[in-house]
Design a protein around this ligand. Sequence first.
Ligand SMILES: C[S@@+](CC[C@H](N)C(=O)[O-])C[C@H]1O[C@@H](n2cnc3c(N)ncnc32)[C@H](O)[C@@H]1O
Ligand SMILES: Nc1c(NC[C@H](O)[C@H](O)[C@H](O)CO)[nH]c(=O)[nH]c1=O
Ligand SMILES: N[C@@H](Cc1ccc(O)cc1)C(=O)O
Ligand code: SF4
Length: 460
Amino acid sequence: MERLPTNVPRGRFEFAHRPETDQSFENALAKARAGDRLTVDDGIELLTTGTAFDGIDPRRKEQVLEAADQRRAEVVGEAVTFVANLNNNVTTACNTGCLFCNFKDPAGGFESDQVPDGGVAHTDRGFTKTPADSRRIVRDAVRRGIYEVTSVSGLHPALALDADHREALAAQGGPNYKPASMYATDPGTYVEQLAAMAVDGVHLHSMTPEEAAHARRGTEKSYEQVYRRLKRAGLDSVPGTAAEILVDEVRDVICPQKIDTGEWVAAMEAAASVGLDMTATIMYGHVENEAHRVQHLDVVRDLQDRTGAITEFVPLSFVHHDTPLVEKGMVSTGATQAEDELLMAVSRLYLDNVENLQSSWVKFGDELGLKLLSCGANDFMGTILSEEITKRAGGEFGEFRSVAEYVEMITAVGRVPAERSTDYRQRRVVDPDEGPFGPTLGPFADGTPLVDRSAALADD
Ligand SMILES: C[S@@+](CC[C@H](N)C(=O)[O-])C[C@H]1O[C@@H](n2cnc3c(N)ncnc32)[C@H](O)[C@@H]1O
Ligand SMILES: Nc1c(NC[C@H](O)[C@H](O)[C@H](O)CO)[nH]c(=O)[nH]c1=O
Ligand SMILES: N[C@@H](Cc1ccc(O)cc1)C(=O)O
Ligand code: SF4
């Protein structure tokens, strides 16, 4: 039987870590089926369907997917959850230069001398919102019934933890700092933005490890001090993005100016130590190989063993179309479907201490997103209402799914739709015979259906 292709022919990049093991696929599959804790070598054998040959064996792939689906059913049952949420990203200004990212705009384009009076930024596809802008956008969405607002942004040079941090950066001239007075729009401080978004009891999900590093730059503050201050300002949980691939030889290629693996882990541990829940992610399907992917899972599993704070794992398949990695000719595609399916399945089997696995329709689309619910996933992401990160990398699956669409799609694949809270501690099963369908868990939610106002939101 012909083997299916993988996206990056092994060996194209000279990495020290390579998908070679002393384990056999059969042994690894037997351990997975028995519910044994897998080793990195086991994971590599499952993810490659056997390292003895290049490409993916379709029959073995189905065996791995079936094992993952069985494990999902045992761990979390038949419900497929979704959250009523909003993405409110504050700014696209960022000079960190991650090669997989097209969300960012050079911060210089936002400086006052670059922006016509009252006009939009020099890079007119980007944006910076004031705290007042954020508050207005979030308040509107809360009144429409959302439960959570997620906010992840570029590392704007004027952004600082709080007023004291701003003063310290101004006094020492940096690092990566320019005063807000140089920009057409002042983003405020992280504390001001969080306080502005923490309206009416909405759940505030923000401040990735990379943003926390930005919020302590040039100081001796610990990550604990930063996250404790952010929690006081209204932060409820932390997105475990900026993870990308938690193996430094890969980070050195795709995001050399970003925090390293150790810093990411330290920030996440700190967030957990001050009582914040978090998600964890992997952004895969670019230059890395299967050994890197499983080593990444091992870092996440170990973090969860030590903190228990990770509420879900979120595979982010690299959206490659409009990114520097493609422009530089380093890659030409993202992950193949077979790789997406196996990554989800091996995540389920390897992360034996993380209960929830998310399939994102904005990255995979509805059809593959639903298929991945039979490969180990049990969550189908959220309504989000607005989305720039994927869209600006060339993603074309939209910015919104209504509760009615969730109920229709989930029941169509024979699963049980359930609205959830960010921390999964609240789950409300939705009866598909009891329309109309709207969110009910948010502070102002009364079951009124959400409508697609992404155009209106984009005008904000
Ligand atoms: C855009 S950043 C914004 C927050 C912050 N600047 C950071 O890097 O954590 C958030 C995450 O989006 C994901 N992302 C960015 N570009 C992507 C792409 N082209 N495909 C898939 N995920 C992407 C990355 O995992 C990244 O950590
Ligand atoms: N996977 C993606 C997400 N996931 C995060 C969820 O939207 C939600 O914030 C989290 O599950 C906590 O409840 N968000 C995106 O905007 N895009 C994705 O691809
Ligand atoms: N920021 C990520 C999505 C994400 C958001 C919050 C999370 O907790 C996890 C993932 C992206 O757009 O790709
Ligand atoms: S991934 Fe985050 S830090 Fe990296 S360039 Fe994009 S916005 Fe900036």
